[in-house]
Design a protein around this ligand. Sequence first.
Ligand code: HPA
Ligand code: MG
Length: 210
Amino acid sequence: MISDNWPGYSLDLFTYPQHYYGDLEYVLIPHGIIVDRTERLAKDIMQDIGDNDIVVLCVLKGGYKFCADLVEHIKNLSRNSERFISMKVDFVRLKSYHNDQSMQDMQIIGGDDLSKLTGKNVLIVEDIVGTGRTMKVLLNNIEKYKPKMIKVASLLVKRTSRPDGYRPDYYGFEIPDLFVVGYALDYNEHFRDLNHICVINDHGKAKYRV
Ligand code: HPA
Ligand code: MG
């Protein structure tokens, strides 16, 4: 858990793309820590649902880095143990953010035929759970196709004031209610090419506002 008064790491301690100089406030989670934490999540997932075939459902676009690293760690763990997990990876695409504001209606703007999930063990992989509204809509949609099991892994959970906040089965970090970018999380499609999870500053918000 990252507390509200955690000052983060100075940007000067790390490298990041030059085109983002001046657009960021600080580093909230360095890339190496993300990868190490993801390895542990992979171990927890293996322990719980190893020995099952699973369909990993990556929520694009923000989930692609976390999903790729998580699948890689699960594969490595699986290779080095008696537990065996067979994975298929699938993708859905949702969009609910415009600038840094959550929009009222979630758009499903892509994705595969969800009927393939019937009877399967499904692991949904998300970048961030904020209000949980997006996840509830997605879960409702997937449940219609009667999978055998649904688990949700999210790299981040944002601490919001909502008492009904949704909690994923697995998550990497609980973070303050800040708008973060990097490691595939975007601000109007920018910052996906930043390795660390960072807090964007007002200059960055203005520069990339649409
Ligand atoms: N950053 C990027 N995308 C998001 C966030 C965030 O903080 N919260 C929900 N989607
Ligand atoms: Mg996004």
